[in-house]
Design a protein. Structure first.
Length: 383
C-alpha cells in the first residue's frame, strides 16, 4: 500500500455529534524522506449542511437505539458523504483520479467506555463500501474499533494529529476541540502527552436552544442569545454534578452519557428560565467543564502557554469570552488566528489518521486512550 510517489492527496470528511453537517477538506501530503513528519497543504474545504430529515433520524436513532434504523442511517450517511465528495471535488476542479483515499469520521451512534469488567464498545454504521463504490475512492473509516479491542477508550483520536497541525509553531499548547462533545490535547515540546474528552462542546447549548424554540432554532449563533442572559448558578451546579467530571483520565464520553440523558433531567428547570438565561447557564456550564478539567489534571503539573480553540464552538463568542475569563492568565485563541478555520481542524485530523492507516503505520496512541498498545486504527474499503 505504500505509494512510490512522495505526494498523497486525500479528501477527509468530518461529521460530528453536533449533527450540523459535513466538513470536507482536501489535503496534499508531502512524504519527503528527509523529514520525520509529513508536510501538508490544504487544497480547499467545503461545508455541506445536513437536511432536517437526517438530523431528526439521527437524533431518533441515538435516543431509541433502533437497530434497523441505525443501519439505515449508515446508508444515508454514506450517501451524504458521496455528495460531499462530489461537490467538494467539483468545487476544486478535481476528480476521483486525483485522490488516493477518503478518510471519514463516521457518526458515533453509541459509545460505551471500558470498565474494570470489560472492554468498551462504539457503534458506527457508516457504509464504507457504498462510499468507496460510489466515489471510486478507497475509503477509510471506523478508526476506533481496534483501540477498543486493545482495552482503550477509542477516543479521543485527534491528539495523534495535533502535533502535525500545531506542534511546530505552538509546541506547548492546549488544543481544545468543541464540536458536539469537547476534548483536549496537551502538547509539550510538540508531542501529545495527554488527551481526553472534557464533556459537552455544543450539545447542551444546542439542546437548550431547541427546547426553547420547539426545534425551530438548533444552535445559538455566535452565542448571541446567551450574551443577553444571566446564568442560574443553582442549575449550573446541578449540571456539573456528574460522575464523569470527577473521573480521572484517560476517559471518553458521548451523547448517551453526558448528553440528553443528563441534561434531560433538568429540562423543566431550563424551560422555566427565559431563553436568554437558559442559554447563558448552559454556555457557562460548558465553559466550566473545560476549565475544571484544566484545573484538576493539567495545570498542577504542566505549563501550557496558550489554549487553541477549534470546532464549531470556537465561533461562539460568548463561550470564548467565558473561557478567557475562567482560564486567565492563559491566552485563549481560535485556530482561525493561526490560519486554520476551526471547523476544518477535525477533518484535517482525520486526514492524518487516514494517511497513517494508508501507510500501515500506528495512528492511535495508547497513552492517550488507555489501551495496552498503540495500534493502526481504521477499516479500509477498496474502491
Amino acid at each position: 500500500m505504500i505509494p512510490h510517489s512522495k505526494n498523497i492527496t486525500c479528501i477527509s470528511l468530518m461529521s460530528g455529534t453536533s449533527m450540523d453537517g459535513i466538513d470536507a477538506v482536501v489535503v496534499d501530503f508531502n512524504l519527503d524522506k528527509r523529514s520525520a513528519t509529513p508536510a501538508f497543504r490544504i487544497l480547499g474545504h467545503h461545508h455541506i449542511n445536513f437536511d432536517r430529515h437526517y438530523q431528526d433520524k439521527a437524533q431518533n436513532v441515538i435516543e431509541h437505539q433502533s437497530l434497523i434504523h441505525a443501519y439505515e442511517l449508515g446508508h444515508i450517511l454514506a450517501q451524504h458523504y458521496v455528495n460531499a465528495v462530489h461537490t467538494t471535488l467539483e468545487k476544486l476542479r478535481l476528480t476521483a483520479q486525483n485522490i488516493e483515499f477518503c478518510a471519514v469520521s463516521g457518526h458515533t451512534l453509541f459509545h460505551r467506555p471500558p470498565t474494570d469488567k470489560g472492554n468498551g464498545m462504539t457503534i458506527d454504521t457508516t457504509d464504507l463500501s457504498m462510499l468507496a463504490a460510489l466515489t471510486d475512492i478507497t475509503t477509510i473509516g471506523k478508526f476506533r474499533q481496534k483501540d477498543i479491542a486493545f482495552g482503550g477508550q477509542g477516543a479521543p483520536l485527534v491528539p495523534f494529529a495535533h502535533p502535525f497541525i500545531f506542534g511546530k509553531d505552538h509546541p506547548n499548547a492546549l488544543i481544545q476541540n468543541m464540536g458536539g462533545m469537547g476534548n483536549l490535547t496537551l502538547l509539550e515540546h510538540g508531542h501529545p502527552v495527554a488527551g481526553w474528552d472534557t464533556g459537552p462542546g455544543n450539545t447542551w447549548i444546542d439542546q437548550a436552544m431547541q427546547w426553547h424554540t420547539n426545534g425551530m432554532q438548533r444552535f445559538d449563533e455566535d452565542g448571541q442569545t446567551a450574551a443577553r442572559g444571566k446564568a442560574d448558578l443553582n442549575l449550573l451546579d446541578q449540571l456539573l454534578d456528574h460522575a464523569f467530571f470527577r473521573q480521572p483520565p484517560p476517559k471518553s464520553t458521548g451523547l448517551q452519557t453526558i448528553g440528553l440523558p443528563h441534561i434531560g433531567l433538568f429540562r423543566s428547570h431550563i424551560l422555566a428560565l427565559s431563553k436568554e438565561d437558559a442559554l447563558a447557564t448552559v454556555t457557562h456550564a460548558t465553559a466550566k467543564t473545560i476549565s475544571n478539567a484544566y484545573e484538576q489534571w493539567i495545570l498542577p503539573n504542566h505549563h501550557p502557554n496558550k489554549i487553541i480553540l477549534c470546532g464549531g464552538g470556537a465561533k461562539n463568542k460568548t463561550l470564548i469570552r467565558e473561557l478567557k475569563t475562567l482560564c486567565a492568565p492563559l491566552e485563549v485563541i481560535s485556530s482561525q488566528k493561526i490560519g486554520i478555520d476551526p471547523c476544518v481542524v477535525e477533518a484535517l485530523s482525520f486526514a492524518f489518521l487516514g494517511l497513517y492507516r494508508y501507510l500501515e503505520k500506528p495512528n492511535t496512541l495508547a497513552h492517550i486512550t488507555g489501551a495496552f498498545k498503540d495500534s493502526i486504527g481504521g477499516e479500509m474499503a477498496i474502491a
